[in-house]
Write a protein that binds this ligand. Structure first.
Ligand SMILES: O=C(O)CCC(=O)C(=O)O
Ligand SMILES: [Fe+2]
Length: 515
């Protein structure tokens, strides 16, 4: 397959000028994305009876009204709790230097009210899920809150930075209710992970919020659960919280509450849409077309494949995620598809290249199991990217800081010698693919998908078959004048194994069918 063009070769200076211009254009696209804080908070007035909690681990349950609790009653509640553990690398551990608090599992307590009754699901939907989402989402997103745990933080108790372990593919957030007991300190601090330059930080001081209310109230904080957070030390008194996992309700699940009414939400897509449209109308922007690789802002739970998971099941899981993107990520997908561009989700993996002393990026259309111990095999497959390219149908791509060095291709078993006369077979052509990275700097070192970082992040529970992944959006842009790439009626079907890449040698490599 020939990709040679008859145009005169550009000089080195011209190529550099083109590259600089493209970098500026991609930066303008990235800067046009409006991002709202990944959390919402406030207080809701409640009836005194809404603060009644029943708890106990045997038949003698106790009753406590958390809006009028005495120190003695709170001490009893604290004593009934178990020491709170947290998850590291697929194991629950107890470590008081990381998390000092008491917890009760859901079967050991009962509260009179639920987040639905308090009107919190509507608030979370409006103020967290929809606030940054594209117009098309409005009226469409149903959510539910799953009771998780009760936490009691006595004096000097805290929970250091962690992300909440994803409990299933549909989980997108966490909701914390804070009861009106008397305490000081214990602010919940949320922090963007790995963002460049300085990560943003937000703090919710529920003790202060509750002290400003004139009638009994409960404070709430809801946040996207891939956002790092910590509970600062409680200085005095007892801070009592109940946590919930927030899930999207899938279409086939019966709604727990009546469907929410469509609401008016400000439109944030205008700036991004106008910038992207401007670039597509600009003949100097990717004149021959190309592939944009958009690093998504949030991280997403995907089922960890087991030995029994088929390749198709893993692909479907990543495809389904397109309907559950959060905030500005949803907006980007919505806008690029509305402009006729083919866009689909991909997992990019970085291999530190301890064999060849270089970093390699490969792209998959599904999540792969990277748990340890990892048997990569021998020979060419004796390293992570070799394993992914050969066994997982990954595609070799250039890294974020420049094109692939073509003289390097032999290292990956991909050079322009050999089988290039053969018709590419859609099953076994695996790159290299040239991509233009957008937003990579937000994925600072150590937070992209290496086998260490994906599984070793601190969670609030040991991982249970679902892990957070950094996910990319692969967007195909056609040449100037014919920008649209989306196949009519099939917005999910990007088959980039068949994409003929400009100025990139397409070769056939041997692919071993091991899933
Ligand atoms: O109690 C809180 O405010 C937060 C608790 C928390 O982050 C957790 O249980 O994962
Ligand atoms: Fe947490």
């Amino acid at each position: 397959m020939s990709t040679q063009s008859n145009k005169p070769e550009k000089s080195k200076e011209e190529l550099e000028a083109d590259q600089q211009k493209l970098s500026k254009q991609l930066l303008s696209l990235q800067d046009s994305i409006v991002r709202k804080p990944p959390y919402c908070y406030g207080t809701v007035p409640v009836d005194v009876k809404d603060c009644i909690l029943f708890y106990g681990k045997d038949d003698d349950a106790r009753r406590i009204n958390l809006s009028q609790a005495t120190d003695e009653q709170l001490q009893h509640l604290a004593k009934t709790c178990d020491p709170a553990t947290f998850g590291v690398h697929e194991q629950d551990v107890y470590d008081e230097t990381y998390r000092k608090a008491g917890k009760l599992d859901a079967e050991h307590f009962s509260l009179n009210v639920t987040p639905d009754h308090l009107g919190l699901l509507d608030i979370v939907r409006d103020q967290l899920v929809l606030v940054n989402a594209p117009q098309a989402y409005i009226g469409g997103t149903k959510i539910r809150a799953e009771l998780y745990k009760l936490n009691v933080y006595g004096p000097q108790s805290f929970f250091k930075p962690h992300v909440d372990t994803p409990r299933g593919e549909t989980m997108f957030g966490s909701l914390v209710l804070v009861f009106p007991t008397s305490y000081e300190g214990g602010a919940l601090v949320l922090r963007e992970r790995g963002c460049n330059p300085a990560p943003k930080e937000w703090s919710v001081d529920s003790a202060s919020l509750l002290s400003q209310t004139s009638s009994p109230s409960i404070a709430y904080v809801a946040f996207f659960s891939d956002v790092e957070h910590e509970v600062l030390p409680v200085e005095s008194g007892y801070r009592v919280t109940i946590t919930y996992n927030l899930h999207y309700v899938s279409e086939d699940e019966p709604p727990a509450v009546s469907p929410p009414q469509p609401r008016l939400v400000p439109k944030h897509e205008a700036a991004f849409r106008a910038t992207l449209q401007g670039l597509l109308d600009d003949p100097t922007f990717l004149p021959q077309g190309g592939n944009l690789l958009f690093c998504l802002w949030h991280q997403y739970p995907l089922p960890t494949p087991t030995e029994d998971t088929t390749l198709e099941e893993s692909r479907q899981a990543l495809r389904r995620l397109a309907d559950r993107l959060k905030g500005s990520d949803a907006l980007v997908l919505q806008v690029v598809r509305a402009l006729g561009l083919d866009a689909s989700l991909r997992i990019v993996l970085r291999d530190e290249g301890w064999i060849y002393d270089r970093t390699t990026f490969v792209m998959c259309d599904h999540a792969v199991r990277l748990g340890e111990p990892l048997e990569f095999g021998d020979g060419d497959a004796g390293n992570l990217h070799g394993y992914l390219l050969q066994a997982k149908r990954a595609i070799l791509i250039n890294g974020p800081f420049g094109p692939l060095d073509k003289s390097d291709l032999w290292r990956y078993g991909l050079d322009d010698e050999g089988s290039s006369d053969d018709e590419p077979n859609s099953d076994c052509v695996n790159g290299p693919m040239e991509v233009h990275w957008v937003n990579y700097l937000h994925w600072h070192e150590g937070v992209d998908n290496t086998h260490k970082t994906t599984y070793m992040a601190y969670g609030n529970q040991a991982s249970i078959g679902t892990a957070y992944w950094r996910v990319c959006l692969l967007i195909r842009v056609g040449p100037f004048g014919q920008r649209a790439t989306m196949t009519a009626g099939d917005e999910h079907a990007t088959n980039d194994f068949k994409v003929v890449l400009l100025e990139v040698i397409t070769v056939v490599v041997q692919s071993y069918a091991v899933y």
